[in-house]
Design a binder for this molecule. Structure first.
Ligand code: FDA
Length: 306
């Protein structure tokens, strides 16, 4: 946890941001986590993964836009993604993940909700599912409320809950009761101990407990993690309880633990790969670096060998 805090704090410093964004030295490691900068890049990664048997979720990177115009531009860009999916022969295997702060949550709940509804309207024509990612804890309550409201008109949406937040048990019950699809994750943001478990062991224990609840009572849940030990325990649970393989899916991030992604697929489970792409890759990239000290070693090694 200390490593994560240090990396997330350092990556927010303006000179670090500028250096990482502008230096070509970082490009190879950025490309390990991000499919590219354009929709073509993302569709090409999606096509290859679907050909291998995976499902995918496209995430056009960008968050916390500063103006209404930017929120509308992000919504328009997502409309283009939906059009491309609608025209793809693989459309049943492709969905999208959005961030409400990209659609204008900082400009007002009503702004983000209106843009979100527009996207859902288009997505429902091609039967595409749209998931609202969960962002920092200052947005959790508003995200849950907005998703609940729009879900009354559009069944093709769901959201994400983070096991590191103390409030998640309550949100989980609320979303299960409303029949809303939940992706359960550990949580990727820097949160204070007033709102989130500071110890990784507590987060892992909560994750397992909440994943099991979702598998038993949730509505087509997504178990999203790269944690092999946890996934093994979930597989034991699924087998012991006789939970059918088409009642849920595993989700994993593009470029991380590809061996595990293939192992689950080969065992007959549904596996969806979350494909981030776009020019605004820096915040996503920082969160991935902060998750694992080895990523920083990898970067240091590749910089030294240039
Ligand atoms: P953990 O961090 O304990 O890692 C377990 C093991 O996985 C590591 O030991 C390593 O082997 C591997 N691993 C994990 N991260 C790695 C990395 N970056 N590089 C290399 N190896 C790595 N979060 C959030 O707050 N809101 C959201 O909406 C989402 N959405 C989302 C979608 C999907 C499909 C996934 C898989 C994850 C998210 N997350 C997220 C991120 C999530 O909260 C969490 O930060 C990461 O998944 C890392 O946690 P793990 O469960 O993998 O365990």
């Amino acid at each position: 946890m200390l490593f994560r805090t240090l990396i997330l704090q350092a990556s927010a410093l303006p000179f670090v941001k500028r250096f990482v964004r502008e230096s070509r030295l970082f490009r190879p490691i950025v490309r390990r986590f991000i499919a590219g900068e354009t929709l073509d890049d993302a569709m090409s990664a999606a096509t290859s993964l679907v050909d291998e048997g995976f499902r995918v979720s496209l995430d056009l990177l960008g968050e916390n836009v500063a103006t209404l115009e930017e929120a509308h531009a992000a919504t328009a860009a997502y409309q283009q993604v939906l059009d491309r999916i609608a025209g793809s022969p693989q459309r049943e295997m492709i969905n999208i993940s959005i961030k409400l702060t990209a659609l204008g949550l900082d400009q007002g709940d009503e702004v983000a909700e209106a843009n979100y509804r527009d996207l859902l309207q288009s997505a429902s024509k091609s039967g595409t599912f749209v998931r609202a990612d969960m962002e920092a804890s200052e947005y959790t309550a508003r995200t849950v409320e907005i998703v609940e409201r729009v879900h009354r008109s559009f069944a093709n949406t769901g959201t994400v809950l983070q096991s590191y937040l103390y409030r998640t048990d309550g949100d989980l019950e609320r979303l299960i009761a409303a029949g809303i699809r939940v992706r359960i994750v550990k949580g990727a943001y820097l949160e204070p101990p007033e709102v989130a478990f500071p110890e990784k062991a507590d987060v892992d224990a909560k994750y397992l407990e909440q994943a099991k609840k979702l598998l038993l009572r949730g509505h087509y849940p997504a178990i999203a993690s790269q944690d092999e030990l946890l996934i093994n325990r979930i597989l034991d649970f699924v087998e012991a309880r006789g939970i059918e393989k088409d009642r849920f899916e595993f989700q994993m991030l593009y470029g991380i633990r590809r061996d595990l992604q293939h192992r689950l697929l080969a065992a007959g489970y549904r596996v969806r790969i979350y494909i981030p792409y776009g020019e605004a890759w820096y915040p996503y990239f920082s969160r991935r670096l902060a998750e694992r000290p080895a990523n920083l070693l990898f970067i240091t090694r590749s910089l030294l060998h240039k």
